[in-house]
Design a protein around this ligand. Structure first.
Ligand code: MG
Length: 458
């Protein structure tokens, strides 16, 4: 069966040439432009959208198509070319645009591409806005304009410069540069290589860059997970580098390899960045319900606390803005620092981790050791909507000893761990995320859920 085109809170995603074509992209551009016009009606200003793309070979075609769609409904377009997702987020605000578009399928395999939308505050549209845009797209309800009112296209090449300046402003360049860190960077031939190499050069690092050509021909599966970064681990070890960094194709996620060539897991990226931030000040952090308790531990040591949100970057960013959080992000290696922008940014993660190493003089493995750790399991199983609802109901009855949060599915907090059950936005599955002090304890909670599922299935 052909795969469906997905439109969710993360934007549109499909397979190029099958369900994601130039005409689909143009219509999605029309729908987004129409939405921006309707939501700004009465403001009497010419709307503009900043657009960029990651390195996938279909990027230029789809960017042109979305641009065409936006111009058709009278929205101006600022073309930033081949840039990262956080880069577009920063430029939307820098240029005072009404919205942003990134042509990227993030960490998905090469046959995919996608269209990620941002509002004028640099954050992805919330659920109700996403639904509205989707409806305009499906109904082909577009606010087309005549030739005199067509949108105009201009180019802008200031993304890297602006992005790097914003990141350098949150760290001490001199302190990091003095250490002359040896770094291996793997950008998976995505959009991150060019700007990240410039940032690392500014920070005085001695860099070995691999897969740094933005060809979109991914050198390995693009999600920065352990199984895809065996090559990076070997290079870090063989070169005797102090740290290895891996980005996903649009450079909003960051994974770290320690000086022994060990992949430390994406959950540590946010915990390490937070460790630095909380060493300087105290306050609130925000993350989703599926992210490790390590962040709570780091915050608690500094007298801070963590706000938990539904899964989805837009939800975390909204909570950060509302509560004025000093750090936030997601356990998938996404770090958000509002001083740079309300969007996950691997360059922010890199800078904060290097600052932590520089100030403490400690190796990355020692810093990881200080944070400690838990056993974590992320899994999923097939479950239709009604079955998923029944499972949630039965689990609520079974785990009466836990503190329950129903913001997004059910999260149960026990003394010795936590369990998060949620229905996927994009596929008919239930996600089951467990974190506990050890594997046996985690398995106890997983088994309890699997038993509930068995009973329901009869
Ligand atoms: Mg990404």
């Amino acid at each position: 069966m052909a795969e469906q085109l997905i439109i969710s809170i993360s934007g549109m995603r499909g397979i190029v040439g099958e369900n994601l074509t130039a005409s689909v992209a143009a219509e999605y551009g029309c729908a987004f432009g129409t939405f921006l016009k309707e939501t700004s009606a009465g403001e009497n200003k010419k709307l503009s959208v900043c657009i960029g793309r990651d390195s996938r070979p279909s990027g230029e075609m789809l960017k042109s198509a979305v641009t065409e769609g936006l111009c058709k409904v009278g929205v101006d377009v600022v073309d930033s070319g081949l840039v990262t997702t956080p880069g577009v987020g920063i430029m939307v605000r820098e240029l005072g645009c009404s919205g942003g578009v990134v042509v990227t399928a993030s960490h998905n395999p090469a046959q995919y591409n996608g269209i990620k939308l941002l509002l004028g505050n640099g954050v992805a549209p919330p659920g109700d806005a996403t639904e509205q845009i989707k409806q305009y797209f499906l109904d082909k309800r577009f606010a087309l304009v005549d030739s005199a009112n067509c949108g105009q296209v201009t180019s802008n090449d200031q993304t890297d410069t602006t992005h790097i300046a914003r990141v350098l402003a949150i760290v001490d360049k001199e302190v990091i540069s003095a250490r002359k860190f040896t770094v291996v960077l793997d950008s998976v031939n995505g959009a991150g290589g060019r700007v990240t190499k410039k940032l690392l050069a500014e920070l005085g690092c001695v860099v070995s860059a691999v897969n740094d050509e933005p060809t979109g021909l991914f050198a390995h599966a693009p999600e920065p997970r352990a199984e895809n970064l065996i090559g990076l681990c070997e290079i870090v070890k063989n070169k005797g580098a102090e740290i290895g960094f891996a980005q996903d194709p649009d450079a909003d996620r960051l994974a770290i390899v320690d000086e022994a060539g060990t992949y430390i897991g994406e959950e540590y990226t946010l915990a390490l960045a937070a460790k630095y931030i909380f060493s300087k000040k105290t306050g609130k952090a925000a993350t989703n319900l599926s992210t490790s308790r390590m962040l709570d531990d780091v915050a608690a040591k500094a007298g801070g606390r963590v706000i938990r949100t539904a899964v989805g970057e837009a939800n975390v960013a909204a909570a950060m803005l509302e509560h004025n959080c000093i750090i936030g992000g997601e356990g998938n290696g996404g770090v958000i620092d509002l001083r740079v922008s309300p969007i996950r940014d691997s360059l922010v993660g890199i800078a904060l981790v290097l600052q932590l190493m520089a100030e403490t003089g400690k190796t990355i493995s020692r810093l990881v050791g200080e944070i400690g750790g838990y056993y974590m399991s992320k899994d999923k199983f097939a479950a239709g909507k009604s079955q998923a609802e029944q499972i949630l109901k039965s689990a609520t009855k079974a785990f009466t000893n836990a503190k329950l949060d129903t913001t997004d599915g059910c999260r149960f907090d026990f003394d010795d761990g936590w369990l998060h059950l949620r229905v996927s936005n994009t596929e008919p599955v239930m996600r089951i995320i467990v974190e506990a002090k050890d594997r046996g304890t985690a398995q106890k909670y997983i088994d309890a859920v699997l038993n509930i599922r068995k009973e329901i299935s009869g």
